[in-house]
Design a protein. Sequence first.
Length: 141
Amino acid sequence: MDPLVVNDLISIPMEEIDLHAVRAQGAGGQNVNKVSTAIHLRFDAKQSPSLPDDVKRRLLDSNDSRISADGVVTIKAQQFRSQGRNRDDALHRLRTLIVAACEVPKPRKKTRPSASAVRERLKEKRKRSERKASRRRPISE
């Protein structure tokens, strides 16, 4: 079977991806009760030799609910009525997840507001303070 090609550098052999056909949930009449069309995909990203270490780290650090604490990616595809299309959908979703982890985030540059922006902010703050102070009851002696 052909490997899952993520990009020019990364391809994952199908032996690393665990695919199981399960019964789909929801509406579908008798077909949903008889045929296992949904696909349950499991991929152990933490133990995968196919993923480079930096991609693996970004994938495991991402706050995605499909990735368990032990580094296993779990995807359930049941959108389509045929097992083949659900299988392709599950693999496509895994590929999309890995492609997102391949992107190196831009480092954040520290910025400071300009002096005029600081002056303007403080001026507006004084005006707001005076407006609210004018609504208070006068202090009686």
